[in-house]
Design a protein around this ligand. Structure first.
Ligand SMILES: NC(=O)c1ccc[n+]([C@@H]2O[C@H](COP(=O)([O-])OP(=O)(O)OC[C@H]3O[C@@H](n4cnc5c(N)ncnc54)[C@H](O)[C@@H]3O)[C@@H](O)[C@H]2O)c1
Length: 370
């Protein structure tokens, strides 16, 4: 695999293989994905279209994407066009659903800015997408149930950030850890609205018997994650592709586990279809847990092999004064629950995932919208 195109085909084959049973359960159904033009949408949408190419007309999964493009328009999804199995609707989920909404059998609520830099710039919109946006969708599920057209699966995208900065004894972090979170700090618009979102989900499942499941993604990366999204891996990729030194905005000590997007997407489809109602699942990888400084080293070495990169590593404070405020020192999930209840098993290691990501970034470096 040596090009962005080959990476995408290999990843989509991998997802369709590993989540084949779950995609089969969606056959012939209508699925709504909110925020589908974003990073996770890149493979959530494309893996369904890839699966559709292999099945007969009546089995094709129909996808509707609601997105307000708050982070800019996404060229890749517009290139698929609003036709066939994919319907694109420009809609702000914080507003009531459009009048002519379809009967959806499955709903994935992923609309919410995920990058800390950008959710701090749009704190109200971030809270609204996770609270009002979620509520409108849950109310829709309730209405559908009452008129005998029940939604079969609903997935809410929460976040590992609901745990805040876990105490050392709670790493790897299990779903039962209640969190160590500021409710007024610069990240609170995100963390607390995800927490309240989970509370909404759990209670709609409990009180109304709705099939609502929750995922808590841990640091996904890979194709589809925009170079200008101000997350650490695209930041480093941009540096190496520009031939600049890799810039670290901290002392390099925070530690993370990074989960390649093709693995994470299999976890999301498994949770949507097989998750228990009112239950949250960590989706990520539990190893290796590495420091940001080690990550920079690794990306520099891979870029040297792939592109002859010869830059170094420098430490420079961010222009964003809140860049490090409430930034968790360590983040690593316990994924036992997803492994045992969903059959989730991430299989693409960090070196391979970073290699694929760098190839994808190299192939899309000049694209207007990535
Ligand atoms: N990527 C990760 O590692 C990660 C980690 C934790 C949680 N999550 C969650 O997963 C979901 C998707 O993350 P992502 O990385 O794809 O984010 P992203 O920022 O790349 O994409 C989010 C998409 O949602 C859309 N959106 C935002 N507000 C909206 C609104 N009010 N109405 C309609 N569309 C709206 C944006 O335009 C964008 O296309 C988010 O809920 C995020 O909080 C992601």
């Amino acid at each position: 695999m040596n090009s962005a195109e080959e990476v995408i085909v290999a990843d989509l084959d991998y997802i369709v293989e590993k989540a084949g049973d779950e995609l089969t359960r969606l056959a012939g159904k209508s699925v709504l994905i909110t925020g589908g033009a974003g990073f996770l949408g890149y493979y959530l949408v494309q893996s369904v279209l890839h699966w559709n190419r292999r099945v007969s007309a009546e089995k094709k999964i129909r996808i509707t994407v609601f997105d307000n493009y708050i982070r800019g328009r996404a060229g890749w999804i517009e290139a698929f066009g609003d036709s066939g199995a994919l319907r694109l609707v420009q809609h702000d989920v914080a507003r009531p659903l459009p009048e002519d909404v379809d009967d959806f059998q499955f709903i994935i609520h992923a609309a919410s800015i995920a990058s800390p830099t950008f959710y701090r710039r749009h704190p109200i919109e971030t809270m609204d997408a996770n609270v009002y946006g979620l509520r409108y969708l849950l109310d829709y599920c309730l209405r559908q149930k009452e008129c005998g057209r029940a939604v079969e699966g609903f997935l809410f995208f929460s976040s590992s950030e609901i745990y805040g900065d876990p105490t050392p004894g709670n790493i790897p972090t299990p779903e039962t850890y209640p969190g160590n979170v500021s409710c007024t700090g610069p990240r609170a618009c995100y963390d607390e609205s995800k927490r309240f979102g989970e509370t909404l989900c759990v209670n709609f499942a409990r009180v109304h018997g709705l099939p609502v499941r929750i995922v808590r993604p841990f640091n996904n990366y890979g194709p589809g994650l925009r170079l200008d999204d101000k997350r650490v891996i695209p930041d480093f990729a941009r540096d190496v592709l520009n031939g600049d030194d890799i810039v670290i905005h901290s002392d390099g000590s925070p530690r993370r586990t990074f989960c390649y997007i093709a693995d994470a997407v299999t976890g999301y489809y498994k949770a949507l279809v097989n998750g228990r109602d009112g239950r949250a699942y960590n989706i990520g990888t539990d190893c290796p847990e590495i420091s940001v400084a080690e990550l920079a080293e690794k990306i520099g070495c891979l870029a040297a092999e792939l592109f002859g990169y010869a830059g170094g590593i420098v430490h420079k404070g961010s222009r964003d004064s809140d860049y490090l405020t409430d930034n968790p020192q360590r983040r690593c999930p316990d994924i036992t629950r997803a492994r045992t209840e969903l059959g989730y098993s991430p299989g693409i290691g960090l070196d391979e995932g970073l290699r694929r990501s760098l190839l994808w970034y190299a192939g899309n470096f000049k694209a207007e919208a990535i």
